[in-house]
Design a protein around this ligand. Structure first.
Ligand code: ADP
Ligand code: MG
Length: 703
């Protein structure tokens, strides 16, 4: 066992927190920073210089030699370029470490190689990173030595967003402004800001690093592209919440320590449903910080894994036939004087403000189901959403029995006088106290579930940034609040208008509520009957970004311009095409250079055996049958390989964009599946000793 961890001491050790600023900054500078963070004003260059110096001194004390503007381009992961603090030495050759306010506030990375979807061509390569003062700077300890990381937004020369953070920050301002109108109407006049809070539960797989490196698919695609199922999967349900293995436990311990040092509130850890699958959940925080922290979580998971001889797989579906990984995005909205707009209180049926908020969210989710679906689309997530795995691709809201009943009463009669109460739960054991049950059970199949005082958006993919889903959530709810506030502010009889509005919204959008089994065939049919969209793939979902409805929404609240939306659309099509392209090439490589040669050798061994056995005077029935079966599958593999190669050649010749992405999805993916089938059958037949890479059993069970 290693040394004890003093959590209180190490927590936030590598973060330039408000506390550290208070200690290190002159009073006035500190006050200015605080005001800027709280009110969203701009920092003076003078103060920026003071902050930069204090930040640099702190970082240098902790051994940092470099700083980096840390940003989140449209690749979905983070980017950083390191600059050292060193300056030109003076005449005597003495050098002073420096970091100016300008360097803190603004960076100019050579941005031509980040995806921009045509917003910035290579000849106008300029892009700027701008300090997000609301997310604290931190020191990343990597093999490069400690690096001071400054969270930033990334924009083009003309101010267009080139990242996932800028729109998120814009959407946070939009929802704050609109939600404030609602709470002011209900008498909370002191509230000055409303903030979305997010807690992102992160699922991941851990496999042995050495074994993973023997598989090109894991190396290049992050998921297995071949692989027959192991004899045991997750059917015994013995992994979920199971005892954590020693090697994994040691990993989790180090992971927590690293995250705590970085101010990430890693709270919960457990084994997930699939073998080798685990989860980490932090305590929720302000949406943009949660988004930054989730990136830190993903990055740290991978880094710590390497130290333990493990490889962390964040792909949504690393293994066929066992559960994939998602990221439950828990979301709520709270005023700066502590009121959670999603808290129903003891008697939600009487809580008019809550019912209005709920009605607005029903309206928002129903009106923009396509956008919400799109926000959770990434290439890997296509293997989960709409593909016989949790959750389905159809957006619906789970409210639980109690709230659904309240909504029904309101829709039917305009009043909700009755409230289904939670029972007392009896354990039947005298020494264990009985306790009050929650009024609702959980529904694990719903993509958007109300869980007490927050909504849990369960569609997000495990490898994806939570930037987009939260941008969309904030935007669509801001719009619904805005429309409600427009009516209510002008109403002669407020009580009456609010009552009518709740009834109207709930009636019109009740179809979005579904409390049943989201995995069932019946739900697919029922949803169709209700007219709810069922968008089963990323490629199909991309168009929703630029419908008139979407452009109107985003432009109205200054979250995206039409040009920004078009550029994102282009990036998404390209990302899809490029990802499948890499997967196809990887399969071609593995089939041509590993599987086919290994199986060819095996047929030679079998043929030699048949001859030897026959010559020895015995009948080689089994050996012959096996030889025929293997040879046939080998031919099928070769034919499927040829078809995939041909499709791949065609795919790269197509014009980029929707047409190419669709071809990859419809044709190339199909060819990939066709190649996998005979190859996986061969894996089940041939001698394990000659199979050219580790199997599912090796990867999932032998850690
Ligand atoms: P469960 O999903 O099992 O209900 P928890 O209630 O503990 O688990 O929460 C899961 C995640 O939701 C955690 O990250 C938690 O911090 C976060 N969370 C809890 N309350 C809120 C809230 N009001 N707003 C946003 N996230 C929240
Ligand atoms: Mg949860």
């Amino acid at each position: 066992m290693s040394e004890l961890i003093n959590v209180e001491k190490i927590f936030g050790e590598n973060v330039f927190t408000m506390n550290k600023m208070k200690e290190r900054l002159p009073r006035d500078a500190y006050k200015e920073v605080k005001r800027v963070i709280e009110k969203g004003e701009e920092l003076s260059l003078e103060t920026a210089d003071i902050v930069a110096k204090a930040m640099k001194d702190w970082a240098v004390e902790k051994g940092a030699t470099h700083f980096s503007h840390w940003f989140q381009p449209l690749t979905g992961i983070t980017a950083e370029k390191h600059d050292s603090f060193i300056t030109h030495p003076d005449e005597e050759g003495k050098m002073l470490m420096e970091f100016s306010g300008k360097e803190l506030i603004k960076g100019e990375p050579d941005a031509s190689s980040f995806p921009s979807g045509g917003l910035r061509t290579t000849f106008e390569a300029r892009g700027y990173t701008a300090w997000d003062i609301t997310s604290p700077a931190f020191i990343k300890e990597a093999a490069t030595g400690p690096i001071l990381c400054v969270p930033t937004a990334f924009c083009s020369y003309t101010g267009e967003a080139l990242d996932k953070k800028t729109p998120l920050l814009r959407s946070m301002e939009a929802i704050s402004e609109q939600a404030l109108r609602i709470v002011h109407l209900f008498g909370n006049k002191e509230a000055k800001r409303v903030t979305p809070s997010v807690g992102a539960e992160q699922e991941y797989f851990l496999v042995d690093q050495k074994k993973a490196l023997l598989r090109e698919d894991l190396l290049f695609a992050g998921r297995t592209l071949f692989g027959a199922p192991a004899p045991k999967g997750q059917e015994l349900e013995d992994h979920y919440f199971g005892v954590i293995r020693e090697r994994i436990g040691a990993y989790m311990r180090d992971l927590n320590e690293e995250l705590w040092k970085l101010g990430v509130t890693a709270k919960t850890q457990h084994n997930e449903a699939a073998p080798a699958q685990h989860e980490l959940a932090p305590i929720y925080e302000t949406a943009n910080i949660a988004a930054d922290h989730n990136q830190i979580v993903m990055e740290t998971m991978k880094r710590v894994a390497a130290y333990h001889g493990l490889r962390c797989l964040l792909h949504e579906k690393p293994f066929a036939g066992v559960n994939g990984s998602g990221k439950h995005n828990n979301w709520s909205i709270t005023t700066d004087n502590g009121m959670n707009l999603l808290d129903p209180g003891e008697t939600p049926n009487e809580n008019i403000q809550f019912l209005l908020v709920l009605a607005c969210i029903m309206k928002a989710v129903d009106t923009h189901a396509d956008l919400l679906r799109q926000s959770a689309a990434d290439v890997g997530n296509d293997h989960r959403l709409g593909a016989n795995e949790a959750p389905p691709a159809i957006i619906s809201i789970f409210l639980g029995e109690q709230l659904e009943d309240v909504v029904s009463q309101l829709v039917e009669t305009g009043v909700a006088s009755n409230l289904i109460e939670g029972d007392v739960m009896k354990t039947g054991v005298s020494t264990i106290p009985d306790f009050e049950k929650d009024a609702t059970d959980r529904n694990r199949t719903s993509p958007f579930a109300f869980t007490g005082n927050k909504f849990e958006f369960r569609m997000v993919g495990s490898s994806d940034s939570i930037g987009s889903p939260n941008t969309i959530l904030n935007a669509i709810v801001a719009e619904a609040f805005c429309e409600a506030a427009d009516r209510l502010e002008g109403a002669e009889d407020f009580e009456r208008e609010v009552h009518d509005l709740i009834k109207e919204y709930m009636t019109k959008h009740q179809r979005i509520i579904f409390n049943g089994d989201g995995y069932s065939e019946e739900w697919v049919k029922e949803a169709e009957r209700r007219g709810l969209p069922n968008i089963s793939s990323m490629v199909e979902s991309i168009e929703s970004l630029t419908t008139d409805k979407s452009v109107k929404l985003f432009e109205r609240f200054g979250i995206f311009t039409r040009a920004e939306l078009l550029s994102r659309q282009e990036v998404l099509y390209e990302t899809y095409a490029k990802t499948i392209h890499i997967e196809a090439l990887t399969m071609i490589e593995m089939a041509s250079k590993q599987i086919i040669p290994a199986v060819t050798n095996y047929t030679k061994t079998l043929a030699d055996t048949v001859i030897a056995v026959s010559q020895a005077g015995a009948e080689a029935v089994v050996q012959k049958e096996l030889l025929v079966e293997v040879s046939n599958l080998l031919k099928e593999t070769r034919d499927a390989l040829a078809a995939l190669k041909e499709a791949e050649v065609k795919a790269v010749s197509l014009p980029r964009g929707k047409e190419q992405a669709s071809f990859y999805k419809e044709v190339v993916m199909k060819c990939m599946e066709n190649l996998r089938i005979p190859a996986d059958k061969l894996e089940m037949l041939v001698d394990k000793r000659i199979w050219p890479f580790p199997t599912y059993a090796d990867l999932l069970f032998e850690i």
